[in-house]
Design a protein around this ligand. Structure first.
Ligand code: ADP
Ligand code: ADP
Length: 233
């Protein structure tokens, strides 16, 4: 059961007379429950690939099947719907609403799911519990450490039970001790069966993942299981 199947996807940006081949031909299959790192130097195509996999953008060529649905030629509205349902995003800079509590931040995606306030609160609390932050439900982001903010963001990403957790440089704004805590949380989420894709340019962060896909110049350079997973626990 593949969650993600891309076949020869390419992305071309046209700038005046120049054509930039951000992705040339990328085929990746990811099964449910895998924990994959997309690695590569700046400009290799990581962001472009992440945007396509995350249904923020569509490929210029090729096919992308997400959870059995062909999303490669969807309209922006259809794509937004699939994205809200299937993808949980985690960003380098957390992207929390500063005036809202942890609970409100985590409950936000559920508003679009049409749940009652009571259900939203219950589910958001459950998600906060799953990242070890139930006791910070009433705190605002500026009352939390960087690692706690990122855990709130991870709870928000998971609250809709998405098919894929898609994390873009999730430790990029954190010190090494806090990064380690977030990687321990990812390992625990992986052990519970979550499908995780982490985009990073940092070699030691990629080694927490169980499979490493290396990009270079818009192509896959290598795609291998990681037999030496860094164990954060
Ligand atoms: P990161 O790799 O840290 O995610 P970005 O994706 O923002 O960084 O940018 C990666 C590269 O893509 C940079 O060299 C940047 O100049 C280029 N880039 C990003 N967006 C655009 C754009 N809209 N137009 C031209 N170049 C862009
Ligand atoms: P990475 O995330 O690995 O740094 P990107 O996917 O951001 O790589 O970029 C891949 C290539 O595509 C780079 O050459 C970058 O400059 C170019 N690029 C990315 N986004 C845009 C854009 N919106 N318009 C034009 N060129 C872009």
């Amino acid at each position: 059961p593949y969650v993600i199947q891309t076949t020869d996807i390419a992305k071309e940006y046209v700038m005046g007379t120049e054509h930039i081949h951000a992705l040339r031909s990328v085929s990746i299959d990811i099964k449910r429950g895998e924990y994959v790192a997309f690695m590569g130097p700046s400009g290799s195509g990581k962001s472009t690939l992440m945007n396509i996999v995350g249904c923020l953008d569509t490929p210029s060529h090729g096919q992308y099947i997400l959870n059995g649905q062909d999303v490669s030629r969807m309209s922006d509205n259809q794509l937004a719907e699939v994205r809200n349902k299937e993808i949980g995003f985690v960003f380098q800079t957390f992207n929390l609403l500063p005036r809202s509590t942890s609970l409100e931040n985590v409950a936000l995606p559920l508003i679009y799911a049409g749940l009652s306030k009571r259900e939203r609160t219950e589910r958001a609390l459950e998600a906060l519990r799953s990242v070890g932050l139930a006791d910070r439900a009433g705190h605002r982001p500026n009352e939390l450490s960087g690692g706690q903010r990122q855990r709130v963001a991870i709870a928000r990403a998971l609250v809709n039970t998405p098919s894929v957790l898609l994390a873009d440089e999730p430790t990029g704004a954190l010190d090494s001790k806090t990064s380690y805590e977030i990687m321990a949380l990812f390992e625990a989420l992986y052990a519970k069966g979550n499908t995780i894709i982490m985009v990073t340019h940092e070699e030691d962060i990629a080694h927490y993942a169980h499979r490493i896909v290396r990009l270079r110049d818009g192509l896959i350079e290598t795609d291998e299981p990681n037999h030496n997973v860094t164990q954060p626990a």
